[in-house]
Design a protein around this ligand. Structure first.
Ligand code: GLA
Length: 402
């Protein structure tokens, strides 16, 4: 959600007080719970989650907030502060709305919890988000997970964290109708401050790794290109399908079960047995899984220069083999490559617009931003937006006093 007017720098205590006040004005009662869940970047491991591969995301300080109290009967009233819009629906019949997209991410969470047999009740709620919409920073998972975390707190539901992530993904897949992988919901639930999360998307085994940026005088800059591609969802599904078909050929000829078991050498052996486009999709997935594993080794010893090189390689692979980049994101990569104090840069999330990240020496961020801004203007691209991120924590929920 492009929450214009939202001030991410606002002290979170003041902000929650402000939201409580708005809640009272809308619902004429006080909220009982306040929950939140973060957006994310992904250090490396792009388009690997739905290919049962490896990812290495981290949460950002930009979050979505959800406030709620029990309501009347089986009715749910949700106020979206960013849109200044309300949605009302009955728990007896939850169906997607044709009118407003944002409501489906919330309805979907009520829907999936009820479908799983959890007992919910009428609810008054308010949502407010800081994660820019369709920016590749996963505002949708932040919204879904904040709502789910809040509802479990409000109705005393004991939901194991892994199940929470899976159900939020199911809501997005089956209710909203977006066939995303698990990365975004998983990091929104499991993130820890100043840590990156390594996840094997097949086994769901995960491990947190220190991401000591500040200690090393580094920061991650998010470059939101402001490009929003209408075709992103359909192209995403096409990539999924192509990657799956390439894997099926690898399976048939080489007997590998998943991409994790394949190597680039093995892929070369079967190159002639598949169309070039399948070969390139598979090449990206296999090499990206390898890059994630290398990245872990570098993270363990704070080898950020080596990690940065992997980011550049990841972008090249996403641009040339997976073909999910765009000129605005390529400009970030090129600007990074020419800038000695940029260690690495690449697109994040699904691609086709949205955001990229650059790993930069802290002292030179402003110079880098100015350079990128000037180049974007020269090219006639939309004016980008920048966020210097702090690596934040995962979803939280608390009861509010009285
Ligand atoms: C989107 C999806 C994720 C993942 C990325 C690409 O963000 O929601 O599940 O597939 O694209 O890595």
């Amino acid at each position: 959600m492009t929450f214009s007017g939202a001030s991410p720098t606002l002290n979170s205590f003041l902000m929650s007080k402000n939201l409580e006040k708005i809640f009272f004005e809308i619902h004429r009662s006080r909220p009982r719970i306040l929950s939140s869940a973060p957006g994310r970047i992904n250090l490396i491991g792009e388009h690997t989650d739905y290919n049962n591969g490896y990812v290495l995301p981290a949460a950002i300080h930009l979050k979505n907030y959800f406030l709620a109290s029990p309501g009347q009967d089986n009715l749910v009233h949700v106020w979206a502060e960013n849109f200044q819009q309300e949605d009302s629906f009955s728990l007896d019949q939850i169906v997607p709305s044709e009118q407003h997209r944002w409501v489906n991410y919330i309805r979907g969470i009520f829907w999936v919890l009820q479908k799983e047999g959890y007992k919910l009740g009428g609810t008054n709620a308010l949502v407010w988000g800081e994660v820019p919409l369709e920016s590749g920073l996963s505002s949708s998972a932040a919204l879904e997970v904040s709502v789910m975390k809040g509802l479990t707190e409000l109705f005393g539901i004991n939901l194991p964290p892994e199940r929470m992530a899976k159900l939020a993904q199911e809501a997005e897949n089956d209710f909203v109708g977006v066939k995303c992988g698990l990365m975004d919901q998983f990091i929104a639930v499991f993130a820890q401050k100043n840590k990156a999360l390594f996840l094997d998307c097949e086994t769901l085994a995960y491990e947190l790794f220190p991401l000591n940026l500040e200690k090393n005088e580094l920061r991650i800059l998010v470059h939101d290109t402001k490009v929003r591609r209408k075709l992103a969802a359909s192209e995403y599904n096409v990539r999924r399908q192509e990657a799956l078909e390439a894997l099926n050929i690898l399976r048939e000829i080489k007997g590998v079960r998943t991409y994790k078991e394949a190597t680039t050498d093995l892929l070369e052996d079967v190159r002639r047995a598949m169309p070039d486009v399948f070969y390139r999709r598979a090449k990206h997935v296999i090499s990206e899984n390898e890059r994630v594993q290398k990245a872990l080794e570098f993270l363990k010893i704070d080898q950020f220069a080596a990690l940065g090189k992997l980011l550049y390689e990841s972008h090249e692979s996403l641009r040339d083999d997976y073909e999910v980049s765009c000129p605005e994101l390529d400009l970030l990569y090129e600007t990074g490559k020419e800038f000695p104090d940029c260690l690495g840069a690449r697109l994040v999330g699904a691609g086709f617009g949205g955001s990229g990240i650059a790993l930069l020496k802290q002292a030179h961020i402003e110079r880098f931003k100015a350079k990128l801004l000037a180049k974007a203007e020269e090219e006639g691209f939309p004016k980008p937006e920048f966020h210097i991120i702090s690596v934040g924590e995962g979803a939280t929920a608390k009861h509010l006093p009285g």
